[in-house]
Write a protein that binds this ligand. Structure first.
Ligand SMILES: [Ca+2]
Length: 430
């Protein structure tokens, strides 16, 4: 603004000089327009005042020259005197103009101060914006990190599930391979239970259980594939451990449905409803055959259940039930047991008529908690347990969170080995 005012002063001075020396004194000062003011960024009133002052100077110089007494007839002398007077007046007027410009500059101070306030406000807003940007960036970074963790965990779970499923398929292929070998090498039996079903299905190739295999000549314990029937139709192959006995043929033919034993790395039995439904683990380590298979195996001919168990001191006990039935999924795989007998005591009978529960499905009769969560396993929990063959396998200690059978060790001393196995009741003399 100050520079502009000085430029305006110089422009007016040049105008005055030009008008005085080259044009008639009657030439009026030009009128200023808004555009002129915009160019100089000066108030139009100020510029107009400056131009009016210039016009006054011209008029005064004109009248002063005409009124000069005793100047004779010499136009040159007259012109020189008038010019001198004019220059002096111009000098005076310029001094006044400078004063006004200085005043104008001083008058601009509040505007400058106001501009500084605006600038300061803009700087503050910029700093605030930068701070908010930094906070948003931090939040986004944290969210990205959280998402990465979640994706990582989900992928880890899926990988674990795929590994389990791969293992199951591998076991099934192993059993199938053995089955093919058996079909090629072992003479097909022509009589005996299960070798010809009522529907005419040839179970010499697709045995329904380990007893079928035993009757077809497979008397060595090991991993086999069985095909439990569902509603009279042959089911999918399931790799299982067949306990074929050690002395006489009739002692074997047990299909193991639950296998627990000490390993360098235990199979995780703390699993959800889906895993317990389809089964998990492996016959060469530990496994749960799966509730759908349990239903298929036990829904036809009456099955005997035998439980063998061993504690950490090497003591073994067993308990048998004259019948063992597992309902279908619509009935939450509820358990029905027959009469118990054996050396371990009837603890499992306390779980009779219970529905199956897992950590993600609470079907127990304890309204205050989910027993499957408390004991990290899936089972026919009561309120909560008297036997716990699917609990984590713990070293010898008195702890219901390990594997217990409370009519074997009523002080809840843990066991190291448990198997649940079934066999058609009509084929078992007990
Ligand atoms: Ca409950």
């Amino acid at each position: 603004m100050a520079a502009c005012a000085r430029a305006a002063t110089v422009s007016i001075f040049l105008f005055l000089t030009k008008v005085t020396l080259a044009t008639p004194a009657t030439t009026p000062a030009p009128r200023l327009t808004e555009n002129d003011c915009a160019v100089h960024t000066l108030p139009i009133e100020v510029l107009q005042q400056l131009m009016n002052s210039a016009e006054v100077i011209l008029k005064n110089s004109d009248s002063g020259t005409a009124a000069q007494p005793g100047t004779g007839s010499s136009d040159a002398a007259l012109d020189g005197s008038a010019t001198h007077i004019l220059l002096r007046r111009m000098d005076s007027e310029l001094t006044e103009l400078r004063r006004k410009v200085l005043s104008l500059e001083a008058g601009n101070s509040p505007t400058t101060s106001h501009q500084q306030e605006i600038n300061s406000s803009i700087v503050n807003q910029l700093q605030q914006l930068q701070e908010e940007t930094r906070q948003v960036k931090d939040q986004l970074s944290a969210q990205v990190q959280q998402l990465q963790e979640e994706v990582k965990n989900q992928l880890s779970d899926q990988v674990q599930q795929l590994q389990d499923e791969t293992k199951e398929v591998k076991n099934q292929l192993l059993g199938l391979s053995q089955q093919v070998t058996q079909a090629l090498q072992v003479p097909v039996a022509t009589s005996g239970r299960g070798l010809e079903t009522q529907s005419g299905h040839d179970t010499s190739i697709r045995p329904q259980d380990c007893y079928d295999l035993l009757r077809s000549g497979r008397n060595e314990s090991g991993i086999y594939t069985i095909y439990p029937q569902t509603c009279g139709l042959p089911g999918e192959g399931v790799a299982v451990w067949c306990d074929m006995g050690e002395k006489e043929v009739d002692e074997g033919g047990w299909t193991v449905v639950l296998l627990r034993r000490p390993l360098s790395t235990q199979v995780n039995f703390n699993r959800g409803w889906r895993d317990y439904r389809i089964g998990f683990g492996s016959p060469d380590t530990e496994y749960w055959i799966g509730n759908d298979v349990l239903h298929a195996v036990t829904n036809g001919a009456t099955q005997v259940l035998r439980v063998d168990m061993t504690d950490w001191d090497g003591q073994s006990r067993y308990q048998e039930y004259s019948s063992f039935h597992v309902a279908d999924r619509d009935h939450e795989y509820s358990l029905r047991l027959g009469t118990g007998s054996g050396t371990a005591g009837d603890a499992l009978k306390r779980h009779d008529n219970m529905l199956f529960s897992t950590p993600d499905r609470d079907n127990d009769i304890d309204s205050s908690r989910n027993c499957a969560v408390t004991y990290s396993s899936g089972f026919w929990f009561n309120k909560c347990l008297y036997v716990s063959p699917t609990n984590p396998l713990l070293s010898k200690q008195k702890n219901a969170k390990g594997i217990i059978w409370n009519t074997f060790h009523s002080d809840l001393t843990t066991l190291q080995r448990v198997t649940f196995k079934v066999k058609p009741a009509m084929c078992y003399s007990g």
